[in-house]
Design a protein around this ligand. Sequence first.
Ligand code: ATP
Ligand code: MG
Length: 158
Amino acid sequence: EIVNFNQFFNRIIDRFELSKSQNVTFHRMLSDTPYYVDIDTDKLTQVIDNIISNALKYSPDGGNIRFGIAVKDNVLKVMISDDGMGIPSENVDRIFDRFYRVDRARARSMGGTGLGLAIAREMIEAHGGSIWAESEEGQGTTIFFTLEIEMDEEGEWD
Ligand code: ATP
Ligand code: MG
């Protein structure tokens, strides 16, 4: 299904912003230019839900979550960042492994199974994109993923 990604992303962010119980502020750095992508909207919703749930789970009281997009050539890069506890650098790539959780004490208190990001990686790769994380322990975490932008017949961006 071809959708306006900005609108699709904003609706998901809205849903979290209306229902969140924590004192965490959302900041949207999204452009007004519509970017169209051809996605399975149910699957992409599941991916973004997991990333935002994680950001909320690991955010401190008074924290901030930033939502951004960047475009280069015909690739849309989506960024979701928090200023939470972060992930030790030696473990950053492992968070996409099945059942991997950074530490057991943290995992026990937070609930969940450790499958969310493994599923997210599978789904993003099935769409031809990639997903990765950058994190600094004690400073925060940013999750990035890419999707190809749909072009019209003239090879122009929609
Ligand atoms: P599930 O998503 O299945 O409910 P989960 O959230 O623990 O469980 P993932 O979403 O796959 O599993 O995340 C894996 C692990 O990566 C988490 O347990 C956590 O240790 C770490 N992690 C993920 N996102 C963040 C984040 N924003 N800040 C800090 N740690 C994170
Ligand atoms: Mg999760």
